[in-house]
Every structure is written in C-alpha cells, then in structure tokens.
Design a protein around this ligand. Sequence first.
Ligand SMILES: *Cc1c(COP(=O)(O)O)cnc(C)c1O
Length: 389
Amino acid sequence: MKTAGGRRDFIQLEIHKLKRFLPVSQPVIGPKEIEYVTDAVKSGWVSSLGRYIEGFEQAFAAYCGTQYALAVSNGTTALHLALLAVGIKPGDEVIVPDLTFVATANAVAYTGATVVPVDIEAHSLCIDPGAISAAITPRTRAIIPVHLYGQPARMDAILALAAQHNLRVVEDAAEATGAEFNGRKVGSLGDCGIFSFYGNKIITSGEGGMLTTNSLELYEHAKLLRDHAMSPVKRYWHTHVGFNYRMTNLQAALGLAQLERIGEFLQSRRQIMQWYRDELENDRECRLNRTIEGAPSVCWMVCVEIDGLTYETRDSLLRELKAGGVDSRPYFYPVSDLPMYERADTPVAHEISPKGLNLPSYFDLTRADVTYICDALRAALVTIGLSRR
Ligand SMILES: *Cc1c(COP(=O)(O)O)cnc(C)c1O
C-alpha cells in the first residue's frame, strides 16, 4: 500500500512538473485595469478620442518629468515619429547600438536615413560613448541610445557628445519605463524619448507607445504626423504625408491603470532580481545583470551571461530549460548581422550576444519559483556539457 501511494505521489509530482511552465513574462491585470477598460468601453469612446488618452498622456508626462507626452499605437511608431520630428531624412546617418531589438534600427530605415550600428560596452550592454565618437561623420544627425533590458545608457557622455557635434538624441526607453539616470527619468534627457507598452514591457496597454519631449515644436510636429498630418484648423487639409499612429481610448485606459501601479511593478522586479542574485552569486559560470553608478536597472529582463556558450549551445540550453518547464529568451542578435543591414565591426556585441539569455521575471514569480528556475539552469548546463557539477 505504502509503495503504491508513494508511487502515486511521485507520479503526481512529475505531472505537476510537466504542467508547470514558467513564462519569461506575463502582464499583471487587476481590478483597476478591468474597471478602467470597462468604463472606456461603456463610454462608447472606443477609438482614439476619449478622456483616457489625455489622462494617460498627462499622467505619463508628469511621471517622466517632461512637458509633453504623446500616446501612439506602439513603440516602433513612437520612434518613427520622434525621428521625423527631429528632422531625420534620407541621406542622414543615425547611430544606434548594435545590440538592440530590431525596431530601433527599422525606425531609422523607415525615414530613409542610414543605420550606423556601433558597439556596446560590456558593463551596461548599452551603447559605448567611445564607439559613438568614432562613428560620427559630417552626415551624422542623431544618436539613439537604447536603455537595454531596463539599464540606462551613459546619458551624460552621450549628451555631451551630442552637444559637441550638434546631434539630436532620441532615447529608446521602450524597455525602461521608470528607470532613472542621476535622479532623472529616462525619456526626459534627450530631445525625445520613446516607450513601448507591448504586453511584456514594464507596463502594458496591449499594444501602445509614448513619445516624450520638452519641446513644444517637436511635440506639435509629432502630433500632426500621428493624425494623418491633418491641419488642426482646416478639416481634411493635410500638410505632410502623415500616418495613423494613434492609440485607442481602450488601450489608454489599460495603460493609465498600469501607470498608476508602476511603483508596485518596479518593486517586484527589484525583489526578483535580488532573489536571482542570492541564488546565482556563487555560480562562477553565470554572470547576472551589471549596472552603472547612478543609473540602476529597472530589470525589465533578468540577464544571464554564460562563458563558453555559442549560438548553437545556447539554443540547446534554451531547449533544455523549456523541457524543464522554464521559458527563456536568447539575447538579441547584433543588428549588423541581420541581412538587411550593413556589417559592422562590433567585437563586444558579437562576443556577448551568443552568451546571453533572459530568465522569467514576472510579477507573480515567487522565491521558490526562482530557486526552481536556477536549479533547472544548473541542471541544463550539466546536460549540455558546460558545467561539470
Ligand atoms: C519593444 C521595443 C521596441 C518597439 O516597441 P513596440 O511597442 O513593440 O513597437 C523598440 N525598441 C526596443 C528596444 C524594444 O524593446
């Protein structure tokens, strides 16, 4: 009897393990989100007019410490509008970090300007100011620092270079809502900032984005282009080839509810990051997120870099983790390796990209989950032959 029961327990446990799947990220939807979205639907204002749009924009500008915030359809369209607003045109060169999500480079390509990927620094994974300096030519017009995985880039050095060479700075803060550089929110430091509210970002509006700026001129130009460039005083009179890059009132309702809770979300991310540090600090082969002084990461992603990994062995590691019920993501490939962009000599980005992966870090993750994930990681490293333990 005892044996049979024990066996049943064992089988139950195995089934539990099989069913258990820890995603990399997962949105947090609570009563407030449901209340605001329901209110927006019931109001009948389901498209891009309605009180939640302005409410979200105003609350976001106040949170970021900028004069203006413009809600748009997603982070990529925010970036496209920001580049157009600062005057980027065909023939210009725009400097971007080689390690980033492809949208950073794509938005530059949409304007007809040339994407110039430069190297990152190993310490922050963000764009290396020295590499920017070396890449500036007479055609360079702008720099897009990306606050990668929630870690702010070295904005002091970047802004100094921009001032020296008369370049515009568009901060890609898609992954870093709420992060600060020397006490100031990212997105408020350059000429424009952009944010993404995709389902896996720090806050979500389903799909959505925001453009922030302190310049009335940039704000008004971006706003005009967002709405088909229709004259604000003469209906159906259009002054430029504009876009429909608007956010809906429903999205803004969700976004506003999330923004009102961002303190909770950031606190939970800090806690989860600390749990990972406690678990992995003694594992010499795993290197976790590093940070720079005065600019702590908001830990959009938990980043682990493992020496000895190649793209091939990393993919095996990801598969092993998945088999153990743990979702993970590889680091981005360097933009300059993608077929549509120019090759670039970026040794740091190329060295780090294959070694990195992102582990789960969503709101409801528990201390026990983190232990489970780290055990799974250690076991997977043994399976692929990268660890002797
Ligand atoms: C998510 C992301 C974007 C694009 O945002 P979408 O809302 O998905 O269009 C741009 N840049 C970076 C670095 C991102 O992570």
